[in-house]
Design a protein around this ligand. Sequence first.
Ligand SMILES: *Cc1c(COP(=O)(O)O)cnc(C)c1O
Length: 401
Amino acid sequence: MDTRDFIQLEDIYTAHNYHPLDAVLTKGKGIWVWDVEGNKYLDFLSGYSAINHGHCHPRIVKIVQQQAKRLTLTGRAFRNDQWPLLGKELCELTGYEMVLAMNSGAEAIETAIKTARKWAYQKKGVPQDRAEIIACANNFHGRTVTIISFSTESLYRNDFGPFTPGFVIIPYGDIDALRQAITANTAAFLVEPIQAEAGILIPPAGYLKAAKEVCAEHDVLFIADEIQTGLGRTGKVFACDHEGVKADMAVIGKSLGGGCYPISATLAMRDVLGVFKPGEHGSTFGGNPLACAVARESLRVIQDEKLMENATEQGSYFLEKLKTIKSRHVKEVRGRGLLIGIELKPEAGGARRYCEELKKEGLLCKETHDNVIRFAPPLVIKQKDLNWAYRRIKRVFKRLN
Ligand SMILES: *Cc1c(COP(=O)(O)O)cnc(C)c1O
């Protein structure tokens, strides 16, 4: 079977809810992936930051194998010997007191929403069913019906209503808008420290800090969606750390699973996550021993291999290099750590065709929205590989200029 055959099968038998580049991948190692034709590519997306450790990291693969032979799933009706250790290690790394594990990022966001609402009724005294959560325009927090209820992207919402009430939308990066949106019934403010899906939008300096202060003033929970930005992508454990902000709840996912296994988590202090009593929330696979063993190793690898330091160092090196690209089509190059976006001018003809050209050069990138190319290689990447990528990016910009 060749590329064409696989694409045809996928078209016939699977739902068309993605528009992938036409490389059919079959193998991965570190920052590299191979397609079924034997072509080799540099992975410059890292599964939207789920593959921060690189593909098939030997230490993580080893843990998968060991744990798969020992115990994979108990359900939370019984206890297992991995979940408590993951809880302890995550809290020690992040400074939180409690963790609740789920599988996908969206589920962990749902968990944060449920936590905030229960907290509002039980601790803040908001009248039943009146809790409000403030979110930002152009947010991306996942795909469940409740989460798309506060999306501002029509593509994500069209024909999926009716929606969940209880959300208020304000512009991103606007501290006055936050102040004005807060009422006596506001439970929480949910925000991405960098809006990655919206096109690597970095809020004005000081915004997160000011937002956290406004929340604290009004007894509103500050919830940081760190699913894509967390665990090292921007050079720190959390992107909020760049402003010294500790969120009341932090939501992580993606790279927590080391690129091998889905696991997500909602982190908070005891006065917040302590609102749950048995039976009030859960997930069959949440906190399963295989996921927890993988996540524990994934956290250790981040620390042992200094992936955060590498993201900082290589990120600033690469950002400066990209800024030297001379093209009339580039509007802005921006980023933090190894989360970088090149925004093209509207007349450039869209980011997609750049990604198609980069693929021909052996670089797998993905457009976010119409005009931004996202560069987010695995955090294990070295400078020589960034130089390799840079030469190809430069060539494509020259060709399409
Ligand atoms: C990917 C992502 C999610 C959703 O995670 P899933 O695992 O796809 O459900 C939520 N928020 C942000 C910021 C993300 O990048």
